[in-house]
Ligand binder design. Structure first.
Ligand code: MOS
Length: 714
């Protein structure tokens, strides 16, 4: 992609923090050089259910450099929940080491603090625990009788699905399985914590600064004003860093006890057990249509698992409620408590997994109807969200499908499976539709203008984070657009709880929220400067002249953007379509993704380069879902068998295809003043379905259980 450095939004400029990253100057959480800092190593349980009956720290305590050993016996008392299954949220309390009870394999049971990392690691191995073991519940499918309706995800229905199915000329019932997955950002979860005079300072790799501060404050029962969280750079999160997890609390607890800054890094192995996971979903779909392709019924029932101490439910049915025009619709979610850690949001939580079931089911029914799957989707398109009767703020799903078909060369597809070949290869084409909510949220920001030698420099501050998505860059571009000064004169400062509050990075609301927040600060600055001069609001005057005429060298302003009434009156989503070509080897079942085309309608694109990066990342993660990713659990002991990158497989460059990404020109002014919608989570949504549908077209085999490993194809 062409690189330009320029003014304003919409240009594919390079990341403004790029040089800091490639020269190692961008500091990640564990890289801050804090004087006097010491190291902690967490100890985790080796049973999945039971109780600790004895702890022996004598050997560990004797080791050189050891400063403290914390277990439930001597840990500080923290806020714990009085509810049996509190709903896990981004600002929930995170009590740790509060009792001898074990809820899952790998649960934190102790922490060793020592002068060096190696000393802490070594001593941690010498702490001995004895347990009273109980039989854990591991596989939710063996405990269906325990399933209950979660608090957060109420059931939904419209019309009557049974009647709708009775009316259908063609109907199908299928069950789709998606396995446990893990987020695994490149940067490990890490924290350096200090506790001084009742105040916490935490350099912590977090997606949401304000919520991390809330979690810390609530768990230690101190005021949020006494908590400072700093996270200028985050090496990926994918949802695992939305909430401050227990390691954050452990490190702060240790800092308080030892009186020195504590560095705690969660190991890659511990990132399987202690920083959440994407839950295993069993999704039962029932779908029916008239001969002409009109949908009459759609039912989506999800069974999944939560932990025995907290509740979390992915909204697999969320996309099924609103994507197509179907009068009879049923969505349910049920959970079985098991002895695994609490699942949590992973990139497009609900949509990524739910769209696999929905978009495969749509393909299966289209095939039964002998209809082209694109025509079938377009026939059932709707401009109203039938789940709440609100109009969509904008919805270009049909256009995404049509333009994608054109670019991809869909007309070369054979309807009949296993008829297009090249030597030993079976060639298949697949398609899927996608939608992801674009929930922009209240965001505040501060602008500091400084005039030096007739040049204006601006600093934008907010507690937003850049999790690799490009926040720094699009905020700089937004400030450039509204202050009308070059990006080079703008400095963006993020990731500090001293800055104005934002919703942080998550749920695909980052770019829209941060940009609109920065815009308001800039507009307010100009407005206030004009007001001081009694200049009309619409008069064109440069910021430099405004400062000069006001005889000011420095000026600060704040601004807040939040969803409008119009936003509330609409359903606001990004839409997209995925196209994929796969080649499957007839004999070995090995397959290659040859080509992917992704068309997105995601509002105004602030920076085509960073947005393109988001979609490529989403497609790669979607390909990972289809091809390889799964966390296997030992069914009796409850430990994960996949516990490193040697056995948890993610796609590499060679697994990926030629990728074409197209953004349809769109400005959704109902979504927000700048017309920006989310990109990051749309990118993964329905990708796995397009691959499974292409595999059916290639082979005639329906793959309903992810990942689709080659042995399933022979
Ligand atoms: Mo996202 S799963 O809200 O980081």
């Amino acid at each position: 992609m062409e690189t330009k450095t320029s003014m304003g939004i919409g240009n594919a400029i390079d990341r403004v923090e790029g040089h800091l990253k490639v020269t190692g100057k961008a500091k990640y959480s564990s890289e801050f050089q804090i004087e006097n800092k010491v190291y902690a190593q967490a100890i985790t349980s080796t049973i999945a259910k039971g109780e600790i009956i004895s702890v022996d720290t004598s050997e560990a305590e004797k080791q050189k450099g050891v400063l403290a050993i914390i277990t439930y016996k001597n840990a500080e008392k923290l806020k714990t929940s009085d509810k049996k299954l509190p709903v896990l949220d981004v600002d929930s309390i995170q009590p740790v080491l509060q009792s001898p009870n074990i809820h899952y394999y790998g649960e934190y049971i102790g922490l060793v603090v020592a002068e060096t990392f190696e000393q802490a690691q070594y001593a941690a191995r010498l702490v001995k625990f004895e347990y009273k073991k109980e039989t854990p519940k591991i596989n939710f499918k063996n405990h269906r009788e325990d399933a209950y309706r979660p608090k957060e995800e109420s059931d939904y229905s419209r019309g009557n699905v049974e009647e709708g199915l009775a009316e259908a000329d063609v109907k199908l019932e299928m069950t789709y399985n998606t396995p446990i997955e893990h987020h695994h950002p490149m940067e490990l979860h890490a924290i350096i914590a200090t506790w001084e005079n009742g105040k916490v300072k935490a350099y912590a790799s977090q997606q949401m600064i304000d919520n991390a501060a809330k979690t810390i404050a609530k768990t230690f029962q101190i005021s949020k004003e006494n908590v400072r969280v700093i996270s200028p750079y985050v090496g990926g999160g994918f949802g695992s860093k939305l909430a401050a997890k227990q390691h954050v609390i452990l490190a702060i607890m240790a800092a308080k006890k030892v009186g020195r800054p504590i560095q705690l890094t969660v190991t890659r192995n511990q990132m399987f057990t202690n920083t959440n996971l994407r839950q295993y979903n069993e999704q039962k779909m029932r779908i029916g249509a008239k001969k002409n392709g009109t949908l009459t019924a759609l039912s989506h029932e999800t069974l999944s698992h939560t932990s025995t101490y907290e509740e979390f439910q992915e909204s697999c049915g969320a996309v099924t409620k609103m994507l197509y025009k179907v009068p009879n619709n049923l969505v349910t979610h049920r959970l079985v408590p098991t002895n695994l850690q609490t699942p949590f949001a992973m990139r497009a939580p609900g949509e990524a997994t739910g769209s696999f079931a929905l978009e495969c089911a749509m393909d299966e029914l289209a095939w039964k109807l002998k209809m082209d799957p694109i025509d079938f989707r377009i026939k059932n398109d709707t401009q109203t969200d039938l789940s709440n009767d609100k109009p969509f703020s904008s919805r270009l799903l049909k256009e995404c499908l049509r333009i994608g078909a054109e670019k991809f060369g869909w007309k070369e597809r054979n309807m009949e499976p296993a008829t297009k070949t090249n030597g030993n290869w079976l060639i298949g084409y697949g398609v899927s539709g996608a939608s992801r909510g674009a929930p922009y949220q209240k965001t505040s920001s501060k602008v500091i203008l400084e005039r030096k030698n007739q040049t204006v420099y601006a600093t934008i501050q907010m507690d937003a984070t850049d999790i690799g998505t490009g926040s720094y860059t699009i905020i700089a571009q937004t400030a450039s657009e509204y202050l009308k000064i070059p990006v080079e004169q703008i400095n963006v400062e993020l990731g500090d709880s001293l800055f104005p509050v934002t919703p942080g990075s998550g749920g695909s609301w980052g770019a829209a929220s941060f940009a609109n927040g920065a815009r308001m600060a800039c507009l307010n600055a100009i407005k206030e400067l004009k007001k001081k001069l009694n200049v009309g609001e619409n008069e064109e005057i440069s910021v430099e002249k405004l400062l000069t005429d006001n005889k000011l060298d420095k000026f600060e302003a704040e601004g807040t953007a939040e969803p409008s009434e119009e936003f509330e009156k609409h359903s606001v989503y990004s839409f997209g379509a995925n196209f994929c070509e796969v080649w499957v080897d007839k004999d070995t079942g090995m397959y290659r993704i040859k080509k992917m085309v992704n068309v997105g309608a995601c509002g105004k694109i602030l920076n085509p380069k960073t947005s393109f990066g988001q979609i490529i990342g989403g497609l790669t993660m979607g390909a990972g879902m289809a091809l390889a990713e799964q966390t296997r659990v030992e069914p009796n002991f409850g430990n994960f068998i996949t516990r490193s990158f040697a056995d948890y497989h993610v796609p590499v460059n060679l697994d990926m295809a030629n990728i074409e990404v197209i953004f349809l020109p769109e400005e959704d002014k109902i979504a927000n003043a700048m017309g920006v919608k989310g990109v990051g989570e749309l990118g993964i949504t329905s990708v796995a379905a397009s691959i499974a549908n292409a595999i059916f077209n290639a082979t005639g085999k329906r793959m309903r259980d992810l990942p689709i490993t080659p042995e399933k194809l022979i």
